[in-house]
Design a protein around this ligand. Sequence first.
Ligand code: PYC
Length: 334
Amino acid sequence: MNESTSVAGSMPYSNQLRVPNSETRVSVIDSHTGGEPTRVVIGGAPDLGLGSLVERRTIFREKFDAFRSAVVNEPRGSDVLVGALLCEPVDPSCCAGVIFFNNVGYLGMCGHGTIGLGVTLGRMGRISAGRHRLETPVGVIEFEYDGTNGVSLENVPSYRLRQAVTVEVPGFGAVTGDVAWGGNWFFLIKKHPFLLNLRNTEQLTDFAWKVRLELNTHGITGADGAEIDHVELFGPPGDPANHSRNFVLCPGKAFDRSPCGTGTSAKLACLHADGLLKPGEEWRQESILGSVFTGSVRVVNGQVIPRISGTAFITAEATLILDSADPFRTGIHS
Ligand code: PYC
């Protein structure tokens, strides 16, 4: 028998002694929320110290950005994957801290990711059914876990910064939208020429990306000059039980498979500002896939607090291996 053949039940090359290269092992739990994946890093992450989550995110970005890329980019991940680094919270009333990241950088908050994280913490036995507090770089949020797959989160205060902003988009003409915060910055567009369905995602991506570039070029930003890095289009729902369907283009040009928790929060803030959503009223936001988040708002001291409910399912518990000899150990990225 030569080296490359095997007999049933035995491994090829079994007569070769394998000397492993040095490797970093990273423990993760994967889930999806309404079709949008989340990868929670539960072990093997670099030490970011015990500062605030903003400070830890800065250290992550400046010193360990290669780790971010290794976890979410190909060949271990994909453009659509959102990472969630599980951290010790500073505030002892929180069950955990988290830093969300994606194929190109870091997110302030992530709604679908929080739902995935809640279900992951439940699977790990770190939380049981009930209310919990979670520390994020944009503030502490609360969520309620139902003990199985359901999570309702109360997001950071959300608001519309600018209404009916118009930009000229090459090939499309004037496009009007609202600038709103829901834990990330969004440009929300109601009027556009597209049907929101999976067959049109290439055109939708092209349009939304061009809108984002034009906002950038014309210095249209969120508060304090923050880049608007999410573009959200709305259309009629596929299911009449829902109020609306959306398409959300994320910072790294992947579209959200879920209805986007922070994008739905920004939408709820705009609806409330327009007098179209009273506190406690239900809004059912459908994604491009047809998956649904249920939303409502509370108003506390004049601030709009969105509540977003959805379900997540665990898809894998795994160990990522970053082999020191692997030329793509830190992911494929530009
Ligand atoms: O659910 O908030 C969200 C989100 C942001 C980017 C992808 N998903």
